[in-house]
Design a binder for this molecule. Structure first.
Ligand code: BV8
Ligand code: ZN
Length: 246
């Protein structure tokens, strides 16, 4: 519960599964396909270079889907944890913006943001929540070149400062929560291992077991929109009991 009489340092890694309860299609689940494509075939610089209009149709479809979705109790539980725990870091692989929409104040976006567009040629970058986006593919208002979604594609490097902050948080965490991720995509998937190597604990919340499950101290099987709020209600109660006894 408390660690040496202080509140635990908590790091959280979320993936597409935490937004599944809000109706956002996951990458690998049944709803994860678009036309006959796997997202991994389209979320690459090569696909964009080959057919920017097709890749933008994929992202525009996802933006329209996400625009109709609202944060679910799992997102809201993480907001409450951020408000109560002095040392809390939320790291997400998701680009849907639902953590920020739920009220999380500090979110490390490992893979970018689907609601930000940036120019492929100049420094132009802005938030754009237009759905549908017209025309496709969108062009830079400053230089006329192609705009792209400000997300990290397969084969692209993550922002080094963001990833360094995420690594630090997981290295220092007493407790790592890994929620709704297939734990297959690197380097994000390595984060929970840092906690374990430093002597911390891993709790996994997923509807199925993953490559991380055998390393986790506990696996809560079920939809995280149910299992995370239930876990937090109990954990918070125990924290308050141990803190009152001090
Ligand atoms: C890089 C943004 C190098 C875009 C994304 C071979 C071996 C190891 C690694 C590699 C390899 N070949 C290539 C690589 C590297 C590659 C990689 O890891 N590939 C994997 C597939 C093997 N990684 C990269 O390319 C990364 N970059 O390595 O660069 C480099 C270095 C220096 C200089 C230049 C280059 C970049 C990876 C980022 C890619 N971008 N997203 C977009 O969104 O469009 S990744 C994208 O897919 C998501 O962001 C997410 O990270 C990933 C999907 O994973 P999940 O979030 O886990 O979602 P998924 O659908 O898989 O799973 C959902 C889970 O939820 C499931 O477990 C399910 O059971 C569960 N679930 C469902 N419902 C619920 C639930 N859980 C709870 N409750 C529910 N209700
Ligand atoms: Zn430009």
């Amino acid at each position: 519960m408390t660690v040496g009489g202080r509140l635990p340092r908590v790091a959280v890694l979320t993936g597409a599964g935490i937004s599944a309860g809000s109706g956002v299609p996951t990458f690998r689940g049944a709803g994860g396909l678009w036309r006959q494509y796997h997202p991994q075939e389209l979320a690459t610089p090569e696909a964009f270079a080959r057919d920017p209009k097709l890749v933008w149709e994929f992202y525009d479809w996802r933006r329209q889907r996400i625009a109709a979705c609202r944060p679910n109790p799992a997102h809201l539980t993480l907001v409450e944890m951020e408000n109560i725990l002095p040392d809390f870091t939320l790291v997400t692989q998701n680009v849907d913006g639902l953590h920020t929409q739920a009220g999380s104040r500090r979110v490390l976006l490992l893979h970018g943001d689907i609601w930000t567009v940036r120019c492929t040629a100049c420094a132009f970058r802005e938030t754009n929540r237009q759905t549908p986006l017209e025309p496709l593919p969108p062009l830079c208002p400053q230089c006329g070149q192609l705009l792209r979604p400000d997300v990290v594609w397969f084969g692209e490097a993550l922002d080094s400062a963001v990833f360094a902050a995420a690594r630090r948080a997981f290295r220092q965490a007493d407790l790592a929560l890994v929620i709704g991720t297939s734990a297959l995509v690197y380097p994000a998937a390595e984060l929970p291992y840092l906690t374990k190597q430093a002597g911390g604990q891993i709790l996994e919340f997923n509807t199925e077991r993953t490559p991380l499950s055998s390393l986790a101290d506990a696996v809560f099987l079920g939809p995280s929109e149910e299992t995370l709020p239930a876990w937090w209600a109990e954990y918070r109660h125990q924290l308050e009991r141990t803190m009152d006894r001090r």
